[in-house]
Design a protein around this ligand. Structure first.
Ligand SMILES: Cc1cc2nc3c(=O)[nH]c(=O)nc-3n(C[C@H](O)[C@H](O)[C@H](O)COP(=O)(O)O)c2cc1C
Length: 192
């Protein structure tokens, strides 16, 4: 399936990469090579962060029994389709700055930048990623042995190659495809 067959039209000139990234629910079962997966995390590694703290922390599974553990922390609606993805990851961040132990109020912002770097690198490699806020956070802390006082769990991500939408449940298949965006004018305001 070509990643260039996007119907998205920008209002202004933008690199096609930003239009070609979208979040599929149909994943092919085909595994992702370890080196490729590390390339995605490497892209995340170079994201900017407040005080260069790099507060993001990714947990991932690409084999059993880790995959089943990761699937178990997804809400049912997401597990329905994400169970086919060959890699599941969890985006977390450290709640406190390492240099002074104070709360890092920008950790989520930085983790967001890291996840997007990963997503863009994946798109460049012809891979697909889909973020999921629909997780059972309490189950994630317990199942993955994370300290909730130190780590904040943000979202899960499915990583793989796009698959056959016909294998999805009908209601899910109907949502498959690149989505539209609000007009740019609703997102920006000039200060004069
Ligand atoms: C933080 C975050 C949480 C999301 N949670 C879910 C989710 O739980 N389930 C789901 O199917 N999609 C989820 N999505 C995907 C969004 O619905 C999707 O990114 C949005 O509709 C825009 O579509 P696009 O990514 O294809 O451009 C999430 C995306 C983000 C960034």
């Amino acid at each position: 399936m070509s990643l260039t067959s996007t119907p998205r039209e920008p209002e202004f000139s933008v690199d096609r990469l930003f239009l070609e990234r979208w979040s599929p629910r149909a994943f092919a079962a085909e595994p992702i090579a370890h080196a490729t997966l590390m390339t995605l995390f490497e892209a995340a590694r170079w994201a900017p962060s407040c005080f260069n703290e790099q507060p993001w922390y990714f947990l991932y599974a690409s084999e059993e029994p880790g995959l089943t553990k990761m699937q178990s922390i997804l809400v049912e609606k997401n597990r329905l389709w994400a169970k086919r993805a060959p890699v599941l990851a969890l985006v977390c961040s450290h709640r406190a700055f390492k240099h002074n132990g104070q709360p890092n109020r920008l950790a989520a912002f930085d983790a967001g930048a890291a996840w997007m770097s990963l997503a863009i690198q994946a798109t460049m490699l012809g891979l697909a990623v889909h973020a999921m806020g629909g997780i059972d956070a309490a189950a994630a802390y317990k199942t993955l042995d994370l300290n909730p006082e130190k780590i904040e769990v943000h979202a899960a991500i499915a990583i793989g190659r796009r698959g056959d939408p016909q294998l999805l449940p009908e209601a899910v298949a109907a949502q498959e495809g690149p989505s539209a965006r609000k007009p740019l004018a609703e997102m920006i305001r000039v200060i004069d």
